[in-house]
Design a protein around this ligand. Structure first.
Ligand SMILES: *[C@@H]1O[C@H](CO)[C@@H](O)[C@H](O)[C@H]1NC(C)=O
Ligand SMILES: *[C@@H]1O[C@H](CO)[C@@H](O)[C@H](O)[C@H]1NC(C)=O
Length: 398
């Protein structure tokens, strides 16, 4: 026994040393290792410049939280930011626009797709920045933790998270939080606000062109406190069927019709207009259908007219799919600039990577007889850019 003990001692000691060395080595690599898996997969394909944004994000936590005045949000008296962002303040020159993207906190893969479709560094070159608007993870969320969101924030610095719970009935809080954050945090740092949902495909190049043209062509409107531009939904009645997800009781909304409003899929406003909407929203009772409330009820009280750009929008994800196909094969321009992703997280990546060439005049107009309606064969799942009317509609072809 003693003999064996003596011979074992050096082996045990060298094993201990090995374990010690390993633990030092791995603790040095913990930061890289702690990221969620599917995020890593996306990062592998990101251009090298995006990695540089990492060091910028590391200046974020703590300090910027203190600079943000939280205060009550509507009737949420204990409102706070769980994660703040300073993308506007740290911009080197005045931004043309800040993109605020409503995102369910658990949709980290979808946010990765947005970042891969167009990274922060590229947005910055275009005079743009983007944040995602999140709420607190509900207890039922099993796939993502607040720690993972904090590490996502460490990397990208583009999350704005409120402390109210994620729920579609809390979307009005999130929407007001986004408008308020942008109008306060981006004051003097950005001109326009582009509001988006995370499951929407949008042609960022088209939107930039629109904003640049607006500044030159209609400078009074561009700088007014009355800019609201997007898909106009004219007066609609509330859904009074109790079984419907979008059922609205008479207590919640007593009137027969909503005022005209903009689809929350995508709309454009500016900082003075957003500040007015937020201030007026604080004075009115909350209504939970966020776009109807803010760009309809609240807007109407302020008498702000809506700029109609319904022709930018497609209700069909299939049309966007066909657009990508035709851009790749023939370089045809897409007829639409905004549409739903139809549940395909990667469609935004495909779309933006292919549509960009049109802004270098490398696309051609669709020839006669080749419109999407004529060539995009699908029994399309159609969803109008409004709440509650999801339905399957066979498309009329030819
Ligand atoms: C805020 O108002 C909404 C709608 O009126 C109500 O349902 C909710 O309970 C209120 N929340 C608080 C914290 O007072
Ligand atoms: C909305 O958020 C508040 C505050 O966190 C929470 O109490 C409430 O339950 C949420 N509403 C829904 C319908 O989940």
């Amino acid at each position: 026994m003693r003999m064996r003990g003596r011979r074992l001692l050096p082996i045990v000691l060298s094993l201990l040393l090995l374990v010690l060395l390993c633990s030092i080595y791995f603790s040095g690599h913990q930061r890289e290792a702690s990221a969620p898996d599917d995020d890593d997969e996306f990062l592998l394909h990101l251009p090298a410049v995006e990695a540089a944004d990492d060091d910028v994000a590391s200046t974020l936590p703590g300090r910027s939280a203190a600079t943000l005045p939280a205060g009550p949000l509507l009737n949420l008296t204990d409102f706070q930011y769980l994660l703040p962002s300073n993308v506007c303040r740290k911009a080197e020159r005045e931004l043309l626009a800040i993109l605020i993207v409503t995102s369910y906190a658990g949709h980290d893969a979808l946010r990765s797709a947005h970042r891969q479709a167009i990274p922060q560094s590229k947005l910055a070159e275009m005079g743009l920045q983007r944040v995602f608007l999140l709420a607190a993870l509900p207890p039922r969320e099993r796939f993502l933790s607040q720690e993972q969101l904090a590490s996502e924030q460490q990397r990208f610095g583009d999350l704005v998270q409120g402390n109210f719970l994620e729920d579609y009935r809390n979307l009005s809080y999130k929407h007001v939080m986004g408008l308020r954050w942008a109008s306060e945090e981006c004051k003097g740092h950005a001109k326009f606000i582009i509001k988006l949902d995370d499951d929407i495909i949008y042609d960022v190049f088209h939107l930039r062109r629109y904003l640049e043209a607006l500044e030159v062509g209609q400078p009074e409107l561009a700088t007014s406190s009355t800019l609201l531009s997007g898909f106009v939904l004219d007066a609609k009645p509330p859904i009074r069927l109790k079984a419907n997800k979008w059922y609205v009781s008479k207590q919640e909304y007593p009137h027969a019709m909503y005022p005209a409003y903009l689809s929350g899929w995508m709309y454009v406003t500016n900082l003075p207009t957003a500040a007015r909407l937020v201030a007026e929203a604080e004075r009115l009772p909350i209504f939970w259908i966020d776009d109807t409330w803010l760009t309809g009820v609240v807007r109407a009280r302020l008498g702000i007219p809506l700029e109609r750009h319904n022709d930018w929008f497609s209700a069909n994800a299939e049309f966007i799919d066909c657009c990508v196909r035709d851009l790749k094969q023939h370089g045809f321009e897409c007829e639409y600039s905004v549409g739903p992703n139809g549940g395909d997280d990667r469609l935004l990546v495909e779309f933006l990577h292919n549509v960009e060439k049109c802004y270098f005049d490398e696309c051609i107009k669709r020839p006669a007889g080749k419109s999407l309606k004529e060539t995009c064969v699908a029994a399309a799942k159609s969803r109008a850019p409004e709440h509650g009317l999801a339905e399957i509609k066979p498309l009329k072809l030819r």
